[in-house]
Every structure is written in C-alpha cells, then in structure tokens.
Design a protein around this ligand. Sequence first.
Ligand SMILES: *[C@@H]1O[C@H](CO)[C@@H](O)[C@H](O)[C@H]1NC(C)=O
Ligand SMILES: *[C@@H]1O[C@H](CO)[C@@H](O)[C@H](O)[C@H]1NC(C)=O
Ligand SMILES: *[C@@H]1O[C@H](CO)[C@@H](O)[C@H](O)[C@H]1NC(C)=O
Ligand SMILES: *[C@@H]1O[C@H](CO)[C@@H](O)[C@H](O)[C@H]1NC(C)=O
Ligand SMILES: *[C@@H]1O[C@H](CO)[C@@H](O)[C@H](O)[C@H]1NC(C)=O
Length: 323
Amino acid sequence: MPALSILALALAPLLVNGQLSGSVGPLTSAHSKAATKTCNILDYGAVADNTTDIGSPLSEAWDACSDGGLIYIPPGDYAMDTWVSLSGGKATAIILDGTIYRTGTDGGNMILVENSSDFELYSNSSSGAVQGFGYVYHREGDLDGPRILRLQDVSNFAVHDIILVDAPAFHFVMDDCSDGEVYNMAIRGGNSGGLDGIDVWGSNIWVHDVEVTNKDECVTVKSPANNILVESIYCNWSGGCAMGSLGADTDITDILYRNVYTWSSNQMYMIKSNGGSGTVKNTLLENFIGHGNAYSLDIDSYWSSMTAVDGDGVELSNITFKN
Ligand SMILES: *[C@@H]1O[C@H](CO)[C@@H](O)[C@H](O)[C@H]1NC(C)=O
Ligand SMILES: *[C@@H]1O[C@H](CO)[C@@H](O)[C@H](O)[C@H]1NC(C)=O
Ligand SMILES: *[C@@H]1O[C@H](CO)[C@@H](O)[C@H](O)[C@H]1NC(C)=O
Ligand SMILES: *[C@@H]1O[C@H](CO)[C@@H](O)[C@H](O)[C@H]1NC(C)=O
Ligand SMILES: *[C@@H]1O[C@H](CO)[C@@H](O)[C@H](O)[C@H]1NC(C)=O
C-alpha cells in the first residue's frame, strides 16, 4: 500500500504539531473503489436536463455501490426535488462533477450520509456544486429550509473540492464523525444569521483550505469534540469562526485553529454559552489576521441569543491565544 505509507509520512509532522490524534481520510482510493464497481447515476434514471429529480437515482446508485464502489455524478445540470439519506456505506466514494439545483421544498438535509466508513465525496474536476437557492426562503424571512449536506456517524472520510452555494439553512454539518478531512471547499451563503458554513463535532478531524462567505458560523466546533485541527480558513463577510453554542455537559478538548483570515465579519473568534456545564480545555488559537470585523475575540458566557441552560457555566481552561 504505497499510497497509504506516503500519507502516513505526510501526516507524521502533524501528529507532533497539530491536534490530530491519528491519520485522517478514506482508507481506500477512489480509483480502487471505481475498479471494484462504478455506479453512474445516469444508469439509475438520472438525466442531466436540470428537470428530472436526481433524488431516487442517487439513492439507487448508492444502494448498488454502498458495499464498495464509486457513485459517479457526471458533469451536467441536475434538479433535486427529493432528499437522500445515504446509509451504511463501506468503502464508498461519490464523485460530484455536476451541479445540483434545489427544486424540492422539504426541510431536513438535501444530502445526508450516515453510518458509513471509508467514505469520500469530492469533485474530480473541482466544479461540482450544489445550489440551494436559499434566497427563495430568505426573502420571505424564512430560515427553516433544508441544510445542504450533513455527515452523521461517518468515519475515515474526506469531503473536498466542492462548492456549496446559498443554503436555505446550514451549508455543511459533521455530526459525531471521526478521522476525517475537509479541504478545498468554497461556501457562498446569504448575508444572514442561521446560514452556518461548517459546523463540526466528533473526533480527529482536519478542516483546511476553506473559504466561507455568509453571515453566521464560518468553521465552528460544537460539543462533544476532541482533536480538531482547523487551518488556512478565509472567513469573508461571515459571522466568524466560533465554539458553541455550548450547553450542558460540554466536552471539548484538544482543538487547534491556526492561520485564519477574517474579513468584515462579526468577529475573528467567539466562544459562546449561557449557563450550561462541562469544560473546554487544551485549545490553541494562533495566527489570526482580521480586517473590518466588529470584534476580534468575543468570549460571551451570557450569550443573549441563546436560551439559558441549567448549570453553573462552562469552564474554560488552558486556552491559549497566540499571534
Ligand atoms: C479524475 O479525472 C482524471 C482526469 O480526467 C481521470 O484520469 C481520473 O480517472 C478521474 N478519477 C476518477 C476516480 O474517476
Ligand atoms: C437549472 O434550473 C434552475 C431553476 O431550478 C435555474 O435557475 C438554473 O439557471 C438552471 N441551470 C442551467 C444551467 O440552466
Ligand atoms: C450501519 O451500517 C452497517 C453496514 O455498514 C449495518 O450493518 C448496521 O446495521 C447499520 N447501523 C445502523 C444503526 O443503521
Ligand atoms: C466576500 O463577500 C462579499 C460580500 O458578500 C462579496 O461581494 C465578495 O465577492 C466575497 N469575496 C469572495 C472572495 O468571495
Ligand atoms: C494545554 O493545551 C495544550 C494544547 O493547546 C497542550 O499541549 C498542553 O499539554 C496543555 N497543558 C496542560 C497543562 O494540560
């Protein structure tokens, strides 16, 4: 496995300098998954006519390849009218080289990947994108539309080189995931709260080289989380990066943010709670550059935008701010 040993060598310095606890990313390359089996969505009823619903063809292609294989979404324009829950994948990848346009109106998550291991979602041409048309909701003052992408209980994964535009709600959530890498992402949301860029909780996850334009969370860690490394992030007209909102039994440790550039945002970093319990510890924030932000650092333990939670407050200890 030469590819894996090169990966291990490349990661070795990070284990010393960063906060990761082990290697991250898929265990098998997309090429070897493709060699096992390739499920092209066009063979499962998808049509790149920007009208036919991609939902059930994508689910069927997933079912056919979820035990090991590559699901391929070729270049072209696809309408998404029904949402997908892609479950139980083992050694699976999805290449999104087309553009998916939201046409459906359900809440929830347009694309949910759950209970999967050795998973990769990426664009092989760097042009894969999802257009959420959030403005259709937002112009009515409605922030309750769907999120674009959620990974739940996914391990050894990577998401990279895709563009997420104008989510009705959050853009990308990682919920209880582990050993993952997210990189080369551009997120372009609306100018409003409630439209988070990336929210992450879980263990041993590296998020890097991401640009977020929105007006809420840029790349934010939630509880419980340990060994999360966030670096080389550009928050543009954003809420800024943050930790929280923190509630009862907060359990966050070994978090490192570095090389974060923040432009015209609410703040460069915020730690937010209102009551609650538990701890945030062993956290380092270093090399932040900001221009035109309302605040640089905002630690708010009585954050009025959240309802007070029972408890004496979340304890912050061994938090270092450098450069
Ligand atoms: C990605 O694209 C390159 C160039 O077109 C191609 O050679 C390669 O096979 C593609 N990879 C996969 C996994 O399809
Ligand atoms: C696809 O359809 C959407 C409306 O659902 C439209 O806004 C978009 O421009 C179309 N894409 C192309 C490439 O025509
Ligand atoms: C998770 O997926 C595996 C297959 O990979 C399956 O055996 C198991 O039942 C699934 N668990 C849940 C909770 O869905
Ligand atoms: C930053 O946000 C502003 C305001 O939304 C937008 O005009 C500009 O294109 C964004 N810059 C980048 C690099 O995305
Ligand atoms: C404080 O946190 C840093 C990581 O930011 C860690 O390396 C160090 O061991 C921690 N110190 C203590 C006393 O736990």
